[in-house]
Write a protein that binds this ligand. Structure first.
Ligand SMILES: C[S@@+](CC[C@H](N)C(=O)[O-])C[C@H]1O[C@@H](n2cnc3c(N)ncnc32)[C@H](O)[C@@H]1O
Length: 380
């Protein structure tokens, strides 16, 4: 957020980070009460700005904070503080969980135009060819030229399209998945068709899912961060309602702290994996394919229960928030990867739920995105 010379409010977007106090030139579109712009030139530069450690940092649309260097976590904390202050008011207390330096992406989406393989530029479909990605785990980064060679040599379906490279944790095997969900595994002699699931070790448990399906981008760090946070909140009780549950990450992380689990998720394949993952971990569960907003009944839960919601970026539907105001559970955990939508939903739930804890996790290092997590308690 910035200000024009005449004081008018500006929402600015800058490649590779903006430090507080920097003076810039920007292309601005003026709206009724503010301007929205993109930085085109720096007039004064913060001395903390560092050369980007990625050769395509400026053009590639994948990362936002390369030039913040080692100050990126602090800059991001300031952005989160600013967002929470604007959305929830002064005085709201929250905990910041910066990412460890080792956090890397275990899942990247690349585009192949028939000649080059790379990421799209910011806000465009212009391809930036890449041969490595320092934001990804080493095995994924090293697989990029191998995928390019296989596409060029027509050893893989070579029509232009989107490819996802993914790996488990620990990161060893690399999978490439095309737009049709077909998957190949990288071996020393090249790519081989595969029906193997991706595996993630979570303490004693193993979580599996299909390559190409939704899972946390920096998987080991996400599991560590969520596991540590939920553990510190000492959540336990009778039934855990794991809503938007995916393949069962939160049910597994909370383990036997709850007597039973009900997981609701709209993806059929994800639910099938959730059933397998939770059964293999010895956790009795009911896993249902359903739209959460349609499934949540009036008065969901009893006094010993927890409702955990981890919706997609858009957050919760207003009608779902209304129904949650009358829920019977004692506690509710809300997880959100879009700060503004998350704060909007907190405010909608405030009619019946008190905010007990608020944490911001840097699950997406080098980008401006964060994961917000709140623990709410039912007002008596
Ligand atoms: C942010 S992800 C969270 C997944 C899981 N909690 C995890 O951390 O791995 C959101 C999940 O909600 C599912 N989803 C999206 N819309 C849904 C809906 N209307 N009802 C149920 N699930 C939905 C998606 O398929 C996705 O698995």
């Amino acid at each position: 957020m910035g200000h024009a010379e005449d004081g008018r409010l500006l929402l600015l977007e800058a490649p590779l980070a903006l430090f507080p106090g920097e003076v810039v030139e920007a292309q601005v579109i003026w709206r009724a009460r503010h301007g929205e712009g993109r930085v085109t030139r720096w007039i004064t530069r913060d001395p903390r700005r560092a050369p980007a450690a990625c050769p395509v940092a400026e053009t590639c649309g994948g990362c936002d904070l390369w030039e913040a260097g080692r100050h990126a976590p602090e800059l991001k904390r300031l952005m989160a503080a600013d967002l929470l202050r604007r959305q929830l008011g002064e005085g709201v207390s929250w905990a910041w969980h910066p990412a460890p330096e080792s956090a890397r992406r275990h899942r990247i989406q690349l585009h192949w135009d028939g000649t080059d393989l790379g990421y799209f530029q910011r806000h465009s479909h212009v391809l930036v060819p890449i041969s490595a990605c320092p934001a990804a785990t080493d095995p994924l980064s090293e697989a990029i030229p191998r995928l390019h060679a296989a596409l060029t040599g027509q050893a893989l379906p070579f029509r232009p399209g989107r490819w996802e490279l993914s790996t488990g944790s620990p990161a060893q095997i690399v999978w490439a998945t095309d737009e049709r969900g077909r998957t190949w595994q990288l071996e020393p002699d090249g790519w081989h068709r595969s029906a193997e699931p991706i595996r993630h070790r979570l303490g004693e448990a193993t979580l599996q899912h299909e390559p190409g399906a939704f899972f946390q981008v920096s998987a080991p760090w996400a599991a560590e961060a969520f596991g540590g946070l939920l553990g510190s909140w000492d959540l336990k009780g009778d039934t855990l309602f794991d809503l938007y549950g995916g393949v069962g990450l939160f049910s597994l992380l909370l383990g036997d702290r709850f007597r039973r689990r009900v997981l609701v998720e709209s993806g059929e394949t994800a639910v099938a994996w959730a059933r397998r993952n939770l059964a293999a971990a010895g956790l009795p569960s009911e896993c249902l394919v359903a739209d959460v907003a349609a499934w949540v009944p009036e008065g969901l839960g009893e006094a010993g229960d927890l409702i955990l919601l981890d919706p997609p970026r858009a957050g919760l539907e207003p009608a779902l928030c209304d129904r949650l105001l009358g829920a019977g559970a004692r506690s509710l955990v809300l997880v959100g990867c879009d700060g503004a939508a998350f704060c909007r939903d907190l405010k909608r739930l405030a009619g019946a739920w008190n905010l007990e804890q608020l944490a911001v996790l840097d699950l997406f290092p080098l980008t401006t995105h964060v994961e917000c997590v709140a623990l709410l308690s039912r007002r008596p």
